[in-house]
Design a protein around this ligand. Sequence first.
Ligand code: BGC
Length: 414
Amino acid sequence: MAYPKLAALSAGMLLAFSAQAAEVEVLHWWTSGGEAKAAGELKKTMEGKGHKWKDFAVAGGGGENAMTALKTRVVSGNPPAAAQIKGPAIQEWGAEGVLASIDDVAKKDKWDTLLPPVVANVMKYKGQYVAAPVNVHRVNWLWVNPTLLKKANAKVPGTIDELFVTMEALKKAGIQPLAYGGQPWQDSTVFESIALGVGGADFYQKAFVKLDQATIKSPTMLKALDTYKKLKPYTDKNAPGREWNLATAMVINGKAAMQFMGDWAKGEFLAAGKVPGKDFLCVAAPGTAKDFTFNIDSFVFFKQPNKDAVKGQQDLATALMSPSFQESFNLNKGSIPARTGLDMSKFDECGKKSSEDFKAAAAGNTLAPSWAHGMAMSSATQGAMFDVISQFWNDDKMTAQQAADKLATAAKTK
Ligand code: BGC
């Protein structure tokens, strides 16, 4: 029992002890190999500051399970100190009146000068910082096993047409062309990249950011849906329900040639000791070389009942934005730092490419928020759109026209 021992301490000692060592409970869904290594960097940083890290990890790619667990905790009046929440959902939580401002830390550390405005604005609720960004993930990547492509005498695809030529050559050579995980968030992750490749940046913005009804029902959307569905014969029969990291493992282990996935997949390759450019390739999803669908992970802070917890939150916020953390975390996570102006020399060629492409896309106005990763629309709208895309993928009788009509209805979900 700890109580008798604690009772022996003087009140002053207790205060000094607790002021340095808050227990900081953090909700996240980083449980795969690469993700867990990245989360480990965060734990190490907080423990280095004398805090006790309380891991609130809820498995499930894309974070749906984690968000359900979070709601239960907040509703019962017992929120964690911080939680991984992204994009417009930050505003939704802000409106619930449960978030804590970390504006003092942000002002002291000059976050406004360190973050691109497109990132900073998302982190604020009513003008005050309530969240800290840790990275920028790029979603429109294709991960390639070059040995398998070579075996099939197939080319790394740069366009959608080339993609189908490559997949056909792989299939003929008896190689599984695509590693696919049939879960709603993964279905939409793949569809999002295909839609961007088919329709381009303007179409993407109109359809998935502005939710323009005419664009959602346009011939371009029908083409995007049909193209997406044409991938299905190149996936295997065990795809339904497969976790994304198990699909990545297929590419790592030479069981499949390619995977459409954001660059958290790179974390898996690296954790398996694989070398980019040699064991695996990171290339822009076909037809999207000039585009960049971004997905920014951030931690949101919840109001806490005591001062120690608040101190823990402030230290966490400072740590999350520190150059050393943004470097070590992102080297493991597969993403690039959210903070601008950091030295990228330790990053591999995929990281460097991502950083350059991010800047070029920002300058060329082709930066696109990933809707499949909660960057573009309300969580209710996103959920409704997920349902349609997965239904379309799974139901071989559903036509692209029916899917587009359903998407248009889903886009109106409030
Ligand atoms: C998150 C990533 C995470 C991925 C798979 C994405 O939505 O932004 O941090 O690695 O889901 O779980």
